[in-house]
Design a protein around this ligand. Structure first.
Ligand code: CA
Length: 420
């Protein structure tokens, strides 16, 4: 695969995140106009509601695209997904007849507001990166007990909150919570002092299984519509005090940010790779029929208020031990019904080196080794006013499949209401 050329000039460069090869889907609005579906091409967005309204997109059982989210289109299934992508590849290719009619429906990305691309049905977050699990387990329980005994057999997860999933650019209010210092006799309540990120990829689910009906890993992969960058903001001090025995609760319930563009599985197809060799054989229901991970380069930057960003980590999605398809199949294995609009967090993506870690907890070794930013400032965890940004792209020959950015700025904790 090489760069596919478009009549939208800005899409024809090796550095744009959004060449014709990509065609990521989002939801945008202009000033006080309605929220509607669009596709990114170069530095522009094509208004898909308008194009569908003109009859230039005509999908089975449509229309779908004059909508404030992609859920209806996702629920239409893989044949409709493929038909839309094929049509957009035609309409936007260099020399396309429709060029003249479409030009007035191109909007500069700088002129729009981007919204959550899906209505999130439910959010589940996994813990499926082995380096992350080892690093965090060592910090919390020591190297002997770092990896729980179930870890190499089960993609471990917990049910998170859809209500606190926000689009990139949304400010994040520092959470209050209950914490207890190791040497304290009593817990206390107040703003988290150990606020962190988790660099993850989110799988966007476009299919469903009936309650009581499990699915294979192959069927699970067919249900995945695409992927977004996902920051699972985490309050480590709240998490450390609350997490046993039922796992994370308030330490992660306050916010999850996702990037505004859904990069489709179709765009990522040339970048498929296999999960790492199994250290112990998985049970048959988790066997993968083919490569289910993707080679996606990822980075994290941190910028203190009013200052420039420092890249604090670089890693790759291919470090995951379990794929999103395995996670989804495991999720449904009990008979749990999965739905259109479900969001599945991969778990923190960390590589073996310190500079490849997807959380500050790991990058600073639990706070023992502060980071020095390019501004000269140091950080253990996130301070008010800091902006954290995730970036990602699959790198092809002369083109890239970019995810855009997933960014958020931390605002001070709210004062807790007085009793009575
Ligand atoms: Ca997480």
């Amino acid at each position: 695969m090489t760069l596919l050329r478009s009549w939208v000039d800005s899409a024809n460069s090796a550095t744009t995140p959004f060449p014709l090869n990509n065609l990521p889907y989002g939801v945008f609005s202009l000033s006080d106009g309605p929220e509607t579906c669009g596709v990114a091409i170069g530095d522009m967005i094509l208004d898909l509601a308008a194009v569908e309204g003109m009859g230039l997109i005509d999908l089975k059982d449509g229309p779908y695209l004059d909508a404030p989210d992609w859920n209806d289109l996702m629920g239409a299934g893989p044949a409709v997904w493929a038909a839309l992508r094929a049509r957009l590849l035609d309409l936007l290719a260099v020399g396309a007849d429709a060029q003249k009619a479409l030009r007035s429906h191109l909007v500069p990305q700088t002129a729009v507001r981007l919204h959550l691309p899906i209505t999130v049905s439910e959010f589940t977050d996994f813990y499926a990166g082995k380096h992350h699990a080892m690093n965090v387990g060592t910090l919390f329980r020591g190297p002997q007990n770092a990896l729980p005994p179930n870890w190499l057999h089960i993609p471990i997860g917990y049910n998170g909150r859809a209500s606190s999933v926000v689009v990139s650019g949304t400010d994040i209010v520092r959470p209050n919570g209950q914490t207890k210092a190791p040497d304290a006799t009593m817990p206390c309540f107040g703003p988290s002092q150990r606020l962190d990120i988790e660099l993850e990829l989110g799988a966007v689910i476009g299919g469903y299984n009936d309650l009581g009906t499990p699915i294979s890993v192959h069927e699970a992969d067919d249900m995945i519509f695409g992927y977004v960058l996902l920051n699972d903001w985490s309050a480590r001090d709240i998490q450390a005090w609350e997490y046993q025995p039922l796992g994370p609760f308030q330490g992660k319930a306050f916010a999850t940010s996702i990037s505004p563009w859904i990069v489709t599985k179709a765009a990522l197809e040339p970048f498929r790779i296999s999960t790492p060799e199994r250290e112990v054989e998985l049970l048959p229901y988790l066997h993968e029929p083919g490569p289910m991970l993707y080679d996606i380069e990822l980075a994290v930057t941190m910028a203190p208020e009013g200052k420039g960003p420092t890249t604090i980590a670089r890693t790759n999605y291919s470090w995951m031990y379990y794929s999103a398809a395995q996670q989804l199949a495991h999720h449904a294995s009990s008979g749990c019904a999965m739905n259109v609009g479900d969001l599945i967090g991969s778990g923190t993506i960390s590589g073996p080196k310190r500079s490849e870690c997807g959380s500050l907890l790991e990058l600073t070794r639990g706070g023992a080794a502060p980071l020095t930013l390019d501004t000269g400032e140091t950080r253990i965890f996130i301070e008010d006013g800091d902006t954290l940004t995730l970036e990602g792209a699959a790198i092809g020959e002369g083109y890239r499949i970019g995810f855009g950015t997933c960014t958020g700025t931390i605002r001070p904790a709210k004062t807790f209401p007085a009793q009575g």
